[in-house]
Design a protein around this ligand. Sequence first.
Ligand code: SF4
Ligand code: SF4
Length: 113
Amino acid sequence: MNQMIAYCGLTCTDCPAYVATQANDQEALENVAAEWREMFNAPEITAESILCDGCIVDGRKSGYCAMCDIRPCAIERGVINCAHCDDYACEKLEGFFAHAPEARDVLNKIREV
Ligand code: SF4
Ligand code: SF4
């Protein structure tokens, strides 16, 4: 599977919701939903609500990604991902990095190239 890096720097192809969706694996989706219900204290999460086709393509977006404001911003600016944005590490992105430091590492590496 080719790696898919999201606008924010997350690796969609490493996300268990993405992997289970693409494999059409209902049992894995149920397991991920159960894990995330607990982890995020979010009883509303269901297997259906985490179906995901990835950030940089059209299609289904899982959970938080369906409400994310980084994606529409990057699309509007026409950047491949936030690493290529003139306003890299804007307030929005910094707020997100606080919860996903691994995404910052990915984008910083891209900026080093
Ligand atoms: S929808 Fe937003 S949070 Fe989700 S992977 Fe894409 S940019 Fe990141
Ligand atoms: S302004 Fe921020 S969220 Fe929008 S594309 Fe640039 S770095 Fe990403």
